[in-house]
Ligand binder design. Structure first.
Ligand SMILES: *[C@@H]1O[C@H](CO)[C@@H](O)[C@H](O)[C@H]1NC(C)=O
Ligand SMILES: *[C@@H]1O[C@H](CO)[C@@H](O)[C@H](O)[C@H]1NC(C)=O
Length: 419
């Protein structure tokens, strides 16, 4: 496997202040907030991405099927031994007064925000301990601890007061970050507190909106394909969108009615490989916390056959050769009657980062992988951040919609050409 690999890729995602000149201490209430973030790939000590993403998928399906699972009961779902995230997409936030900065994993597939996995929580004058314990399981790790209310700052002068915040007394799988910023629908927080097992915890986005810091209860995310160890590229925007990060229009699709996907940022989507349908319209989710683009096992079997890919033992990913790559057709993800073209280049792991996941520089690995369960179970795909590196995404709580748009990088050819 790749336990011998020790490579850290730190990619600072751009602060969009340049593109969208918000002067933070002069900002108008209601103006969107855009934050820089970082993407990191560190496969040290982690086994293959497919096993990890499948374990997360299994947990998401179980949680979505029963969103009010009692405290800790989500833990009955087959978790894999916790290893650290191989790929992180993080944002820095400050908590307390005086503030402590925490680097949090950005996760649209969960909704609890918590700190304390790596850097300890420092209580200050703004910290108020509640009577609740908190516990969340992720299939790839878990946390438990005590729920506090505290001041959370996204940038100078941009404060959320009384943010309900988990403080981990123990956690596994998240040693490389200080906690999680949960950007999923807040219903997913029900059942994570004890004794307030029926309570919903407002997310950071909910509080920014209810405290009138932002004018719309929504988050937008820009990722871009990355090939080098250090590159600035991407951002998260609260309360609006950044028009410099997408091209054409954002197409909003209603949250799917099909459970369990309906309890997440779930959409209905069909998938074609060229002209061949491999997944008929079905429900699934958009999730920044999943690395790969996962499709139900029957769709994956067709994809494997059509691509000629062979599973690679080290990475778990399908591998193709250069001839097969030149014949690789685009995948078309159809959402709300709009086709999103996921090109051949988009379908492969950036070759410049092959060694970070246990491959050789010239190898060609497909990022479309097996969800691990058949279609028809109400969560038949996960558009992870390999998908989101090609499409701008908007998570609109108020209107219960998910938006997608093309970006200047939708048709980039950097994944193949990076070696
Ligand atoms: C990479 O991950 C390993 C295993 O989780 C960890 O020990 C190491 O500190 C990480 N490297 C960096 C530079 O964060
Ligand atoms: C690529 O793989 C296909 C299918 O196994 C094989 O027929 C072909 O010869 C290979 N091409 C090269 C250049 O290795």
């Amino acid at each position: 496997m790749f336990s011998s690999t020790s490579l850290l890729v730190t990619i600072a995602l751009a602060l969009s202040v340049a593109a969208n000149p918000i002067l933070f201490n002069q900002r108008r209430a209601g103006t969107p907030i855009t934050l820089k973030s970082a993407k990191r790939v560190n496969a040290t000590g982690t086994f293959n991405l497919v096993v990890r993403d499948q374990a997360r998928a299994k947990n998401l399906k179980a949680k979505g099927a029963n969103p009010t699972l009692a405290f800790k009961n989500a833990g009955v779902v087959g978790s894999i031994p916790a290893t650290n995230q191989a790929v992180d997409y993080t944002v820095d936030v400050q908590v307390g007064n005086p503030p402590t900065t925490y680097t949090l994993l950005v996760d649209t597939g969960s909704s609890n925000t918590w700190v304390g996995s790596s850097k300890p929580y420092i209580q200050t004058s703004t910290s108020i301990q509640t009577n609740d314990q908190v516990a969340v399981t992720y299939g790839i790790g878990d946390m438990e601890g005590t729920e506090f209310n505290d001041k959370l700052s996204l940038d100078a002068g941009l404060n959320v007061f009384g943010q309900s915040l988990g403080v981990a007394t123990s956690s596994t799988g998240f040693d490389d970050v200080d906690g999680i910023l949960g950007l999923g629908p807040n219903d997913l927080t029900v059942g994570t507190l004890k004794p307030d097992t029926k309570s919903t915890i407002p997310t950071v986005t909910d509080n920014l909106f209810s405290q009138a810091v932002i004018a719309a209860n929504q988050v937008a995310i820009s990722f871009e394909p990355t090939t080098s160890l250090s590159v600035q590229n991407g951002e998260i925007t609260f309360g609006g969108t950044d028009s410099s990060k997408f091209v054409g229009s954002i197409n909003l699709a209603p949250i799917t009615k099909t459970k369990p996907a309906a309890n997440f940022w779930g959409i209905d989507q069909a998938i074609r490989f060229g002209n061949t349908q491999i997944l008929k319209q079905t429900a699934g989710i958009v999730d920044t916390g999943t690395t790969l683009t996962l499709i139900a096992s029957d769709a994956f079997a067709q994809y494997q056959q059509l691509t000629g890919g062979i599973p690679n033992a080290n990475t778990g990913l399908l591998q193709i050769n250069a001839t097969q790559f030149s014949a690789l057709k685009s995948l078309f993800f159809t959402v709300n009657n709009v086709d999103y073209e996921f090109t051949a280049d988009a379908q492969i792991w950036p070759r410049a980062l092959n060694s970070a996941i246990g491959g050789q520089p010239d190898d060609i690995f497909l990022v479309v992988s097996d969800l691990g369960t058949p279609s028809g179970e109400g969560l038949d795909f996960i558009n992870g951040f390999t998908f989101l590196e090609r499409f701008y995404s908007v998570y609109d709580t108020a209107n219960k919609k998910v938006g997608l748009a093309n970006t200047p990088f939708t048709r980039a050819t950097s994944n193949f050409n990076s070696v």
